[in-house]
Ligand binder design. Sequence first.
Ligand code: DX5
Ligand code: ZN
Length: 222
Amino acid sequence: MKGIEIAPSILSADFNHLGQDVALVESAGADVIHVDVMDGHFVPNLTIGPPVVKALKRNATRPLDVHLMITNADDSVGWYLEAGADRLTVHAEACRHLHRVVGVIRHAGASPGVSINPATPVEVLRDVLGEIDYVLVMSVNPGFGGQAFIERSLAKIEALARMAAEENPDLFVQVDGGIDATTAPRVAAAGARSLVAGSAIFCAADPAAALQEIRAAAESAI
Ligand code: DX5
Ligand code: ZN
């Protein structure tokens, strides 16, 4: 990936005006729209499912980057692929057969990615790096927006960037949690190229300006 990709997370959008909030960040230059699916089991929060992904897909002009925080990803990725996910991220901790799941996503024509929680070591990904397009490093414990960035994530991003150079030079690292104009240049310098930001964009007085500020801060560091 050339440059920095900004992926606004609609978790912090106003769900009463979801389509308008998506359009707002698209016109501000969002590269993809990050959609957080939570099941109340894998994470202690419950958000949206396939019908909302399908509704978003009707009007979105940017690809849908769907982040599944659900226990039974093996059994339900098909719902999200049918709903129109362009990228589908599953958690390594939540898949019984991770290699098979990423194959299903690829076979459906979508882009597969795998996420790891803050306590999961990067080494668990080595044997699937060649099968996926990106790794999502969780820099907070998944479940909620607005949490503080976990510093250890920087070392994980660096380690994954090194591992990708050996296993899959086309792979990019995405980071999610606590990203704002202060942390953005730090994760970019560590090797992240896709930055998910929820509260720093949607809770800002001017979301478009906030998005552009995060992008400029990250791009200044690479
Ligand atoms: C958290 C979600 C994130 C969340 C990030 O579990 O995966 O995408 O929206 O929120 P911020 O950017 O506020 O940390
Ligand atoms: Zn997310």
